[in-house]
Ligand binder design. Sequence first.
Ligand code: NAG
Ligand code: NAG
Ligand code: NAG
Ligand code: NAG
Length: 517
Amino acid sequence: MEAAHTCNNKINFTCRRRTLPTLTACLLILGMIHFTKLPRQPLPPPTINIESPPVRPLKAFISSAYYYPTSKSLGDNAVALLMSINLMPSPYYAPPDFQEIVISATNSTSSVTVKTPHQIVTFNHQCQIKTIFATAQLIPNVEKIEMVSDNGRTEIPFTKPSYESRDVVICVAPLFVSEQWQNFLFAVHIYKKYGAFVNLYLVSSVNTFYNLMKEYEEAGYLRIQPWVSVKFLGVPKNIADTEGQIELRSQAAAQSDCLLQYKESARFISFVDLDDVLIPRLAPTYVEEFQQLFDRNTRISYILYHKENYNAVVPKTGLQFSLKNMFSSLTCKHFRETGKSVVDPLRVNFTSLHFPPQTPKTEKYIVSENVITHLKTIDWVDDIKDPNREEVIEPHFYDNSSTTIISKKDIIDLEDDLQKMMKKLQDTRVFSKLPRIRYYSDLVLKCYNEKYYDLFYNNRKTEITCPGPHFCDFKQHLTIKCMRINATYTAMETLSPVTYYYATDPYFSDTMGCYAN
Ligand SMILES: *[C@@H]1O[C@H](CO)[C@@H](O)[C@H](O)[C@H]1NC(C)=O
Ligand SMILES: *[C@@H]1O[C@H](CO)[C@@H](O)[C@H](O)[C@H]1NC(C)=O
Ligand SMILES: *[C@@H]1O[C@H](CO)[C@@H](O)[C@H](O)[C@H]1NC(C)=O
Ligand SMILES: *[C@@H]1O[C@H](CO)[C@@H](O)[C@H](O)[C@H]1NC(C)=O
């Protein structure tokens, strides 16, 4: 039987830095620019004046603003900002002078205005909208933060990062139209057992799966963080196209948000997708394994684990699910993919999809002692033999040795923990209501293959456009509902050179359909 493919909720755009920049997006906006820049009437013909094209109106959406009363790495009273901004140069716009971000901070007795450079977090040249990072030292007890433009200011909401001491925080990249509940159960039980706190970013998921995640959140297995979409209310697409020109729902911003949020709290922070599961091998817990690896060299900023692809076989029905059987079904595909990193948050300020950008100060260690178990494909099957009668089969490590990725005892502990949760949640019936068919994940996988992987692997890289869920303009299923993020967005008066935007009051609702973005 051919293995049905699972959808990674977030597809990895491995090696995307090798792809060539394209100007596709610029071509789309050709000819429309002058209409938006000039007063309504009379309109001159829409010609492009090569000598003095209009200055690009910059639009920045602030996705994170953390104020650190104390920080071991950013300094006390620091602010750290992440924003999505339409920064890419274009032949049809003159680049605005935007080297420094100007921030004003006010406390009850005084105020200060500081300038600080910004750094680019994402390096995908196909996308016009980039994620940037900036940090600056402000004053004690800040009550108000404003972003300063030449002709006005924008007050922005900010929060404090977590100061609760934790060994390991695992940041799970944003899920969208997710229905992979078996992956979820596999991952969260493992993360808890080996001592990690899970912060999972959520855009949307099938609502029965959402209900399961909420129950697990309640039981202390994870924290669900709503991840709002970037929107510039009232801004035309030709200036900033938030549907087509943001890389992967600003995943790098979500990962960097997690890093900034737990910078003062966690000893180590690991960034994964839901289908990437690390099982410690060198020590009984994550923190001990990571510490051993970081101890090899006192200057290491991050370590990188490779991913080894596995296939899993799981039941379609929630009540039949068993971790023991899922482990027993794992088979290695002997195919390796670009890995994922674990960082020392004191030595890294932001991160891209797979690892932090290289700087002269960054030192990495590529882990050869262990790998991530990547649930690349999952077969959803009808019949699973009686779980109680089946023996436990320990899945093998990828190297063809007799070593296994986990011990029998640990598998049994994990199964016991799952059974405990199933019993506890019996009355809610969340397990019995879980999705039994894969609909959206198969559609997403198909469209990512068509729009990205097929082009990438067939040497048609110049045809690749900015990757993201806007690729997948799929049909809604009549009966499958999704919980999906929404928030309050505000239209802003245009400022120069940058207009700042943000969202407030995020919430999930199942009245908006299952669109991917
Ligand atoms: C992170 O930011 C702080 C404060 O600006 C700076 O001192 C430090 O060098 C930065 N770390 C890296 C790895 O760039
Ligand atoms: C406000 O900031 C000023 C300037 O740094 C500082 O001297 C003062 O103590 C701060 N006020 C409060 C209430 O913290
Ligand atoms: C393990 O065996 C498989 C198939 O027999 C082979 O494709 C793979 O290269 C081997 N892996 C290693 C690390 O030797
Ligand atoms: C999203 O939320 C805003 C603010 O609450 C609301 O005005 C808007 O109608 C919502 N969008 C949808 C599609 O429900």
